[in-house]
Design a protein around this ligand. Structure first.
Ligand code: SIN
Length: 522
């Protein structure tokens, strides 16, 4: 059993932000991550940037942009917290403390970029690999300046709770309480107990449960499923955001073409050269993501295109393209597309979960001792559709706030907690990888075809029916087979898919990235 004051599950920006702030307040912090190395995270893949502050900018203007993108479902308090605290924390933590190499102009000023639905240029970037620069700078700082214990190759299985994992049967009458987590040690093939006075879920997103996604392979919805099984409320799960522009190429696995490409002037066109976004929104190619994704989908389905084109070459000088977007340039070139000379074929793909574990403005969930931060959490900041480049900021701000709240409440949290039961291994046989692969394929297709960009009652009903069946099969399988990382992820992915499908079925109103073809638009 590994004990600590604070257990952080996940090592992206939200988890590291919590861990660093908590360590600096004197807590004994443990971070677990299922990656073989700690940088494996959604954060590491983020291209575009992180909101800072532009000229003629103000918290009010940022709040207005967040609310407009959120399509009427944003929690204004969350927008205010992020707009008021975000730029200060970017400066204190990312710029001054961990020294992220954000791009600067020759004048020495930060090179602020633009993305869809922002009123001003206010986004910091590190070439077109901003997340990677942030993730690695934070990790380097933590490894060099702290004694935070980071355990890699640990797949969290379930939250340990007073109600589920302690012997006393009268615990069920007490409020829900979290005591840590069981985690599968991939290398040693055994389950470990991580026990803590406060547990912080920072497990990131769920894109991998859909057929096409910008997310890395670890984004299998683990935190959503663990919270759900423990009895914690998830909200806004129907709001799954699609990114409008990912590379259409058979070998490219939906490689992200950052929104900042449009921010720097690129225009979406049909293969016939029609700049179609002008017909859909006054902001054209820089309209909010939900609008752009649906417009692309409509053009593709109505006219039978397999993709649309993103034309940067006509609007930016070749040398400037190579300097500003080196990673996108190189990756497209590897696939035979020279973005300095020709337009990029693009299609939308799943990108971000706007909903998640319900939290207050301090990352507190409805379960005692359990916090959630970053993509797995839902403060309501993103409403029904997220504004570009706010996800890294959200992770930074709410990660920091969760640590502050744990410190404030430490007298209450620092009490004796009972020892949770040891893991009981019921595995009888090694799971057949062919079965797991096929179940993943089934899940991804159900989610893509029935719970995707365009939803109807019939499709959602069918999805729920099929997912329930799959869930039952895999729960049975899970109980009898020996644990593997892939099996744990599959179990989580199916449950998370089911939660999304049910939320989408219940909500008949089209709003933001939840589009019900069979109901009235709000
Ligand atoms: C992008 O670079 O387009 C992704 C940034 C984001 O999701 O905010």
């Amino acid at each position: 059993m590994i004990t600590c004051d604070i257990l952080v599950i996940g090592s992206g920006i939200a988890g590291l932000s919590t861990a660093l702030a908590a360590y600096e307040k004197g807590f004994d912090v443990v971070v677990i991550t299922k990656g073989e190395s700690p940088e494996e995270s959604n954060t590491d893949n983020a291209q575009g940037g992180i909101v800072y502050k532009g000229e003629e900018d103000s918290p009010e203007l940022l709040i207005k942009d967040i609310l407009e993108a959120g399509a009427g479902a944003t929690n204004p308090e969350a927008a205010r917290v992020v707009a008021e605290e975000g730029p200060r924390l970017v400066e204190e933590i990312l710029i001054k403390k961990v020294k992220v190499p954000f791009n600067k102009r020759e004048s020495g000023e930060f090179d602020l970029t633009e993305e869809g639905a922002h009123s001003v240029r206010r986004i910091l970037h590190a070439d077109d690999l901003t997340g990677r620069a942030i993730e690695r700078s934070m990790l380097r700082y933590i490894q060099n300046h702290t004694s935070i214990r980071i355990y890699t190759s640990r797949v969290a299985i379930d939250l340990l709770t007073l109600q589920h994992h302690c012997k006393n049967p009268t615990n069920v009458y007490k409020p829900l309480e979290c005591l840590g987590a069981y985690a599968y040690n991939v290398k040693e093939k055994k389950v470990e107990r991580f026990v803590a006075k406060a547990t912080v879920l920072a497990t990131g997103g769920l894109g991998q449960i859909f057929l096409h996604t910008t997310n890395p392979k670890g984004a299998t919805g683990d935190g959503f499923a663990m919270a759900y099984r423990a009895g914690v409320r998830l909200i806004n799960m129907e709001y799954v955001q699609f990114h409008p522009t990912t590379l259409y190429h058979k070998d490219a696995k939906r490689f992200l073409i950052s929104e900042s490409v449009r921010g720097e002037g690129a225009i979406l066109k049909t293969p016939d050269g029609d700049p179609f976004m002008e017909r859909y929104h006054p902001l054209g190619s820089l309209a909010p993501r939900d609008v752009v994704s649906r417009a692309i989908h409509e053009e593709m389905t109505e006219k039978g295109y397999k993709y649309v084109l993103l034309d940067l070459a006509s609007y930016m000088d070749a040398e400037a393209i190579k300097k500003r977007f080196p990673h996108i340039y190189e990756t497209c070139l590897k696939h035979g597309i020279d973005i300095t000379k020709e337009p990029i074929p693009v299609v939308p793909a799943v990108h971000f979960a706007c909903g998640g574990v319900k939290t207050n403005m301090w990352g507190e969930t409805e379960m005692k001792r359990l916090f959630a931060v970053g993509e797995v959490a839902c403060t309501g900041l993103h409403g029904a559709n997220r504004l570009a480049s706010t996800s890294l900021l959200e992770g930074l701000v709410f990660g920091n706030r969760a640590a502050r709240r744990i410190e404030e409440k430490w007298n209450e949290l620092n009490t004796e907690i009972p020892e949770p039961a040891e893991w009981v291994d019921t595995g009888e046989y090694d799971p057949d990888p062919a079965l797991i692969n096929q179940d993943w394929i089934t899940l991804k297709h159900i989610m893509w075809n029935y719970v995707g960009l365009v939803r109807t009652e019939k499709r959602l009903k069918r999805a729920i029916y099929d997912l329930r069946h799959l869930w039952w099969e895999v729960e049975e399988f899970y109980r009898k087979a020996k644990l593997t990382k892939e099996l744990i992820e599959l179990r989580n992915g199916i449950l998370t898919g089911l939660v999304i499908a049910r939320a989408a079925y219940r909500n008949r109103e089209s709003r933001g990235c939840h589009y019900r073809k069979d109901s009235q638009k709000s």
